[in-house]
Design a protein around this ligand. Structure first.
Ligand code: RP5
Length: 164
């Protein structure tokens, strides 16, 4: 199996429905990743073991998704100097505002880059990881440019309906 270039971690299996959109972007760009469900609260020791192992394996960045009291991305950032991209999950009671604030309000010195709540944030975290890797990978940079061109063409081709 090829070496992962990105580590994806989420606080629970229930986050996969959203976090699969980060994995999908990486897969579409043929960027290898390893995805795990590990929790800052429920499995702290296993989380730290995984961070150490996958960093040694050579990943370039982490994408962390969690909901509620979402400390996962912050804990990952505390254990590595690699870039950590955080995706707030749309939580049941506060619609993800709790997740967003838990992730975005990091103390000075331990940054995480926090994305939008939910699927768009997960997809954009994947695309951002691709953009970082593309800095040192010309073929990937060309693919990313082609993706942007195709996306712009799709918007340009939109025909809005006439009013009756
Ligand atoms: C967080 O609690 C997880 O990231 C998830 O978003 C939320 C709920 O987890 P489950 O109770 O569904 O496992 O730690």
């Amino acid at each position: 199996m090829s070496q992962p270039r990105v580590g994806i971690v989420m606080g629970s299996q229930s986050d996969w429905e959203v976090m699969q959109h980060a994995a999908r972007q990486l897969k579409d760009f043929a960027v290898t990743y390893e995805a795990r469900a590990l929790s800052a609260h429920r499995t702290p020791d296993l989380l730290i073991e995984w961070i150490t192992r996958i960093e040694t394996a050579g990943v370039s960045c982490f994408i962390a998704g969690a909901g509620g009291a979402a400390h996962l991305a912050g804990v990952v950032a505390a254990k590595t100097t690699l870039p950590v991209l955080a995706v707030p999950m749309p939580s049941k009671h506060l619609a993800g505002l709790d997740s967003l604030l838990s992730m975005v309000q990091m103390p000075r010195g331990i940054p995480v880059a926090t994305f939008a709540i939910g699927e768009a944030g997960a997809a954009n975290a994947g695309l951002f990881a691709v953009a970082m890797l593309a800095l040192n990978d010309k073929a990937l940079a060309r693919k990313l440019q082609a993706f942007r061109t195709k996306q712009a063409e799709a918007v340009q081709a939109v025909k809005l309906p006439e009013l009756p």
